[in-house]
Structure formats: structure tokens, C-alpha cells
Write a protein that binds this ligand. Structure first.
Ligand code: SF4
Length: 392
């Protein structure tokens, strides 16, 4: 389902010909396992056993599937792969937020973040190593584009994080958000099957999964065409096209009116939730005059609005909006009948803004050259731009 707006499709180029079980949608997984065991003269229940290991546990290898005979574990290993990236680091914030920096087989680094609240545990997933969208306020953006993630690499973040959460008394994961590194709708070839696997295979309800985008219109329309009621979060950050284009380069390709049309189609598909993410940056996108315009955009598609004070990034002079300005926006939206919440950035002490950890690791690996290579410090409209992680 990828199209010309997608960044270069440079997948893992692995010489390994074995299919990755985590990249197969449930039907294909069942079929592949059934064929495998039939060809080996094994009973049909072997396929069910493996399915359970894959979907209900976090085992990282076939050798851990202890209810299979040793020779069947070896045969599985010869026939298939099971994507299981190693955690390079696991950082735990004072507020309970946990960030995994995963090292892929080819050395690429990606991040996922567990965000606990008293009510629920949310997992933020990455869809790309880095990002090509170049949003001026985003650590992932200035870290550059690495490559597309495979379906298995996306699903593996969930399995790995779930296993970590269970082992550390964080409980079950309630919500999944594609708000980590990357623009998920620019990697639809991998994200669509990942959504199917997470929902139909691993049992995460569609309405508990939210895909975030900076406005990849063909991707929004494709998501609307799916039967499952996945949620959609638009990284809005400005209700005005001109200012938004300075923050998010993709705005020039898919301007807000086109995005709003796609959001109408998404809503018309029924039963789906739209959220606007609005990172509030002092003297950039927090002018009082923007608040009613934001309210009007939100009312048009019945969007819930998250106001997120900008999470400063090292080496940037951009600042979060003052609390009284955030409150002004909240009140204005509320008075206009828009559902709104103010979200505090989580895990500040562990660089939990998506992309920061990878960006820091890249700087350590490659020196400041890579950091300077991006428009990280670019000023927007005479003022600094926003900053936390990938809302893309
Ligand atoms: S905000 Fe999202 S789309 Fe923009 S650069 Fe960051 S990750 Fe990419």
C-alpha cells in the first residue's frame, strides 16, 4: 500500500531467507506452521503450540518453546526466524516511564516507550528507524532517516515490551500508540500487517490502537477503508497552513484542507476516534488568536485535543508555552465544546521524547557531524519551534 510519498524503501537486506513468523499475519502464520508440521509428519496441535508461544508469550527463540521436542525446535529454527531485537538500554524514569532502545540485527536503533498512569499502561511504538519527514521540532527528525522497519520488528517491540512489563509488575498493556520514531503512514507496507497481527493475533482491541500521522493523506484514507476501528492521531501543531508548513514540511505536499477532507472520510467510516496532538511552543504556535482556530478545526471532525507543553531538547533554545497560555487554550477549547486534555511530557529525565535516545546514541557513535547535519536549530517564523518526540 506504499505510494510515491513514502521515503526510500530500504528494508533490512537480510540474506536470511527464512520467513519471520512475526511478519506473518495470523492466517499466514497458521498456514505456514500447519504446512511445516504436516511435512514433518507431526500432529496438527504442534502449530497451535507454536502460535501460543508467538502470540501469548515473549519467548525470544524457538529453543525456549519447551513443550516441543528438541528436534522440532531445531526444525523450526531451520525453517523460520523469530524477530527478537536485543535491548541496547532500558531507561526507567522517576515517573515510571520506561524506554527501551532496541538494537536491530543490522545495528539500527529504535525506541519504544512504556507509559504508566494509575488507570492504564500505554506502549508507544516506532515504525521506522529515524524519520524522513524532517519536522523542525522533532529529535527523530534531526536524527535522520535510517530505514523502514519490517512488520516483525514492529510487532517485536510489543512482544519485548509486554514481556518486560510483566516481569517488572507493570501489568498488562492497555493501549498502543504508533507515536514513536517514524511516520507510520509512510511505512504502510509494514504497518498494515502489523496492525492486523497486533489486533487479530496478539489480541489488542482495534479501538485501543492509535496510529499517529503528520498528515499522510493516502495513508489516512487507507486506514479509513479498513474494517477495524483503529484510532487516528493527527500531529496538528498549528491550525494555520502557513505556520504548520514551517513546522512540518509535509504540509506543503498535503495541506490542511486536504487533510481535513481525509479526516472527514475517516470519521464517516464510523466508530473511530480522532485526536489532535498540539505541542505548545512558546511564541511559536501559542498565540491567543490560534486557540479559536484550533477549536474550529477540532469541532469540524469531532476531534479530541491533547495540548502538550513542548519538551525541551538539549542544544535547543525552544521553550514550552507558559502554563497560563496552556490554560487559555484549554479553556477556549472547552468553552467551544471540544474535549481537551493537557498532557505533561513523560520521562523527561530519560530523554523519553521519541528519537532523543537514538539521536544521542548516534551522536555518540558518529560525533557531532550527524547532529549538525539536520535543521535541528532552525528557527520558525522568527521564533523557536517545538520539540518533543515523534508525534508523527
Ligand atoms: S514528528 Fe513524526 S513525522 Fe515529524 S520528524 Fe518526528 S517522527 Fe517524523
Amino acid at each position: 500500500m506504499a505510494n510515491a510519498s513514502d521515503p526510500p524503501d530500504r528494508p533490512t537486506l537480510r540474506p536470511d531467507p527464512r520467513p519471520d513468523l512475526l511478519s506473518l499475519v495470523p492466517e499466514a502464520l497458521d498456514h505456514a506452521l500447519a504446512e511445516h508440521f504436516r511435512s514433518r509428519g507431526q500432529p496438527a496441535f504442534r502449530a497451535t503450540q507454536v502460535r501460543k508461544w508467538v502470540y501469548e508469550t515473549g519467548v525470544a527463540s524457538f529453543q525456549e518453546m519447551t513443550n516441543l521436542p528438541q528436534e522440532e525446535r531445531d526444525a523450526l529454527e531451520a525453517a523460520f526466524r523469530l524477530e527478537a531485537p536485543e535491548p541496547e538500554t532500558v531507561s526507567r524514569s522517576a515517573d515510571g516511564t520506561v524506554k527501551h532502545l532496541w538494537r536491530m540485527e543490522d545495528g539500527e536503533l529504535i525506541e519504544s516507550v512504556l507509559i504508566p498512569t494509575p488507570e492504564r499502561l500505554t506502549l508507544c511504538l516506532s515504525s521506522q528507524a529515524g524519520c524522513a519527514m524532517g519536522c523542525t521540532f522533532c529529535a527523530t527528525g534531526w536524527g535522520g532517516f535510517g530505514r523502514q522497519l519490517t512488520t516483525g520488528e514492529i510487532v517485536a517491540q510489543y512482544r519485548g515490551s509486554r514481556a518486560w512489563a510483566e516481569a517488572h509488575d507493570y501489568g498488562p498493556i492497555h493501549n498502543l500508540v504508533f507515536m514513536g520514531m517514524g511516520e507510520p503512514l509512510a511505512n504502510r507496507k509494514a504497518v498494515h500487517p502489523a496492525l492486523t497481527i497486533l489486533n487479530a493475533g496478539l489480541g489488542v482491541g482495534a479501538r485501543r490502537i492509535t496510529v499517529s500521522t503528520v498528515g499522510v493523506v493516502p495513508g489516512i484514507r487507507e486506514l479509513a477503508a479498513r474494517p477495524e476501528q483503529f484510532g487516528l492521531a493527527l500531529s496538528l501543531h498549528s491550525p494555520e497552513e502557513a505556520l504548520r508548513a514551517e513546522l512540518i514540511p509535509l504540509e506543503k505536499r498535503h495541506p490542511l484542507p486536504e487533510i481535513m477532507d481525509a479526516l472527514h472520510a475517516f470519521r464517516d467510516a464510523g466508530g473511530r476516534r480522532i485526536t489532535f496532538e498540539y505541542t505548545m511552543i512558546r511564541d511559536v504556535n501559542d498565540a491567543e488568536a490560534l486557540a479559536p482556530k484550533l477549536a474550529a478545526r477540532a469541532r469540524e471532525v469531532h476531534a479530541f485535543v491533547n495540548l502538550i507543553p513542548f519538551n525541551p531538547i538539549p542544544d535547543q533554545d525552544w521553550l514550552p508555552s507558559r502554563p497560563e497560555r496552556v490554560e487559555f487554550f484549554r479553556r477556549t477549547l472547552d468553552a467551544a465544546g471540544v474535549s481537551v486534555a493537557v498532557r505533561e511530557p513523560r520521562g523527561r529525565d530519560i530523554d523519553a521524547a521519541c528519537g532523543q535516545l537514538r539521536a544521542n546514541a548516534l551522536v555518540e557513535l558518529e560525533g557531532p557531524r550527524r547532529k549538525r547535519g539536520r535543521a535541528r536549530g532552525a528557527k520558525v517564523a522568527g521564533a523557536p519551534a517545538a520539540g518533543n518526540g515523534a508525534e508523527g
